[in-house]
Design a protein around this ligand. Structure first.
Ligand code: BEZ
Length: 404
């Protein structure tokens, strides 16, 4: 796996833009010498839509770094070809997503697409990828439909379905004696699926959801909802938020005096990548479930964390792992196709892939979603500490997917 000196990782990597310039220069020189080789070794163009602004910007940056680290780990080439990234800020705005993705295909002539964080953006990209017969790798967005009723041969997810990362918390909470819970979230595809998934997992084990609250994405006006929770006095609160909005939620929850009275159990997206931004102990002791944790026993995780910290000067989070795994999937598939990005061959090369990931080994399901372990974690200091396994090799049900 990754070894910094063997794999030629530099402590402070070139920016993506600088790498593109260097690769282009190399190509000009080789094109004069040997046109046939130039054609075979021309860069692969990868169009990447991620949020670089707004509440999900930290997630977008972590995914981008994970992708870049994976490429560095294979000597800056996949399938023997250098890679030219074309990064686009999708601003987590679904209404603009189809147009931005279409521009990547038509104007920038990218060979394949990666994106995005926000479920609504990814759903728009997936429709386009299907219609234009281009491969799309989804490095975060959990919209269940992507690998259920809207699954397609061209769409591969390297992250999770929203269902996978909430349902296991119901049993965990019931095992800890919680009977009545409130749920709150942002009102859009992902939030609504988290709300449904929470109800499914909690009620299946005899729990009762006494309040189900939401606010528009990406509003930070949590106070009226917290007032309702204080009045309802549930045994616990569960929620889905992420990025800088999640940090604001944790601060508001503590400032409302609720942290000391009503325990928080969350999908791990809430406490990933933001703990260092909190002013005090707002997240301490918060319990969550997710497909990654700090302190996992896998050798791949130790090597990945060390390379990531050396390269970027910060510890990685789950989003960085997902970006990295997206790179591992592409690296494997493109080495099978010997750098050919033609859609049919690439799709075939990604079918059933097994990835030795920092999160633990996972397998691409028939519906193109990871079959993976879901961990129990607890915030201690600035870490989401690994506490055990909530669900082993959990596969999304893939309901309505014609591939499964
Ligand atoms: C989503 O929109 O699917 C999503 C966004 C952030 C974290 C997890 C899921």
């Amino acid at each position: 796996m990754l070894n910094q000196s063997e794999l030629n990782l530099t402590p402070s990597p070139f920016s993506a833009a600088r790498r593109q310039v260097i690769q282009a220069g190399g190509l000009i020189a080789s094109s004069l010498a040997a046109p046939a080789i130039w054609a075979a070794k021309a860069p692969i163009k990868v169009g990447v839509m991620l949020p670089a602004s707004g509440t999900y910007a930290p997630l977008g940056q972590a995914i981008r770094r994970g992708l870049e680290l994976a490429l560095m780990g294979s000597g800056n080439k996949w399938g023997g070809r250098p890679v030219d990234w074309v990064f686009v800020d999708d601003e987590s705005k679904p209404a603009q997503a189809a147009e931005k993705a279409a521009r990547l295909l038509t104007r920038d002539r990218v060979d394949l697409l990666i994106g995005s964080v926000h479920s609504g953006v990814a759903l728009a990209m997936a429709k386009l990828a299907r219609d234009r017969n281009k491969v799309l790798l989804v490095p975060n967005a959990g919209a269940n439909a992507l690998t259920r009723e809207s699954c397609a041969p061209q769409i591969f997810r390297t992250s999770f379905s929203n269902w996978q990362t909430i349902v296991p918390i119901g049993k965990l909470m019931r095992d800890r004696g919680i009977k009545r819970a409130a749920f709150l979230t942002w009102k859009y595809t992902a939030g609504l699926e988290y709300s449904e998934g929470f109800r499914e997992g909690f009620e299946r084990h005899g729990g009762e959801v006494v309040l189900d609250l939401s606010l528009p994405f990406p509003s930070l006006e949590f106070t009226p909802l917290l007032t309702q929770i204080a009045a309802a006095q549930p045994d616990a609160v569960c929620c889905f938020f992420s990025g800088s909005g999640a940090a604001k939620f944790l601060i508001d929850y503590a400032q409302a005096g609720l942290k000391a009275k009503i325990p928080l159990y969350v999908t791990g997206h809430v406490t990933e990548g933001i703990l260092h931004t909190l002013p005090g102990a707002e997240a301490q002791g918060v319990v969550s479930v997710l497909h990654y944790a700090d302190g996992l026993p896998h050798a791949e995780d130790k090597q990945f964390r060390s390379a990531f910290e050396t390269t970027f000067g910060q510890p990685p989070d789950v989003f960085a792992v997902q970006g990295y795994d997206t790179g591992l999937v592409l690296s494997k598939a493109l080495s099978t196709t010997q750098g050919d990005t033609q859609t049919d061959g690439l799709m075939k090369a990604m079918e059933g892939l097994e990835i030795a990931s920092p999160r633990g080994r996972w397998k691409m399901s028939k519906a193109h979603n990871p079959i993976q372990d879901i961990y129990i974690r607890e915030v201690q200091g600035q870490r989401n500490v690994f506490k055990g396994i909530a669900a082993k090799a959990l596969a999304d049900p893939a309901t309505g997917c014609s591939l499964a």
